[in-house]
Write a protein of this length. Structure first.
Length: 89
């Protein structure tokens, strides 16, 4: 699963760095618990600006893209939930 976290200024200001930290922790948890989770590698990438904040006047930051699907106003909780739901056995 590919997870891109925007660390551009708008998204970083609204907490994307802490989402990134928590994703690293989640990656460790998943890799150590093969009984609960599918054997799927979590590829986490920090990207400078994904461009979504410039496409609209709406407040979309922080933006996280999971397998090509953008999540706007992402929080650690919504991102973790989405990932865990996808890879839980
Ligand atoms: S800074 Fe995150 S989408 Fe632009």
């Amino acid at each position: 699963m590919k997870v891109k976290v925007c660390v551009g200024s708008s998204c970083a200001l609204l907490g994307s760095m802490s989402i990134l930290d928590q994703l690293d922790d989640l990656k460790d948890i998943i890799s150590e618990d093969s009984e609960s989770y599918n054997d799927e590698e979590l590829e986490i990438e920090a990207i400078k600006c994904l461009g979504y904040c410039k496409e609209t006047d709406a407040n979309v930051a922080p933006v996280v893209v999971i397998d090509g699907e953008p999540m706007y106003n992402a929080t650690s909780q919504t991102v973790m939930e989405k990932i865990v739901n996808k890879i839980r056995k």
